[in-house]
Write a protein that binds this ligand. Structure first.
Ligand SMILES: Cc1cc2nc3c(=O)[nH]c(=O)nc-3n(C[C@H](O)[C@H](O)[C@H](O)COP(=O)(O)OP(=O)(O)OC[C@H]3O[C@@H](n4cnc5c(N)ncnc54)[C@H](O)[C@@H]3O)c2cc1C
Length: 87
């Protein structure tokens, strides 16, 4: 069945889901995932630790840009996203 959309996001990892969640309120968005479930690959294996210094320069810039929202996610979700862990 053919279906039209404004944005087609390929990949249901955190990057694709994150992009699709931002696009979907304002445009018809379809997310395609080749596996039976989303988060099947890297995302499903992540230790889910936030580290400012993780990754290359682009990722570190994204980490820095998102830190404020992760620490204070008002308007996105209830309760904290980050909790202190012993790593
Ligand atoms: C063991 C482990 C621990 C980690 N721990 C941390 C951590 O503590 N903190 C941290 O910040 N990061 C961590 N990471 C890294 C983090 O998990 C990844 O950077 C992140 O999940 C990548 O997300 P992604 O959406 O880019 O990729 P993925 O999660 O791999 O998602 C890509 C998706 O695209 C789908 N796909 C690919 N090609 C197609 C196609 N042609 N059609 C349809 N679907 C397709 C795949 O099936 C997959 O679901 C860890 C990674 C691993 C492996």
């Amino acid at each position: 069945m053919a279906e039209k959309c404004d944005f087609l996001v390929i990949g249901g990892g955190i990057a694709g889901i994150g992009a699709a969640s931002q696009l979907a309120p304002n445009a018809k968005t379809i997310l395609l995932e080749m596996e039976a479930t989303i988060g099947f690959h890297s995302t499903g294996r992540s230790a889910a630790i936030f580290s400012r210094n993780y990754g290359n320069a682009v990722i570190r810039a994204l980490n820095l840009a998102s830190e404020g929202t992760l620490r204070n996610p008002q308007g996105i979700c209830e309760g904290p996203v980050l909790t202190q862990c012993r790593v």
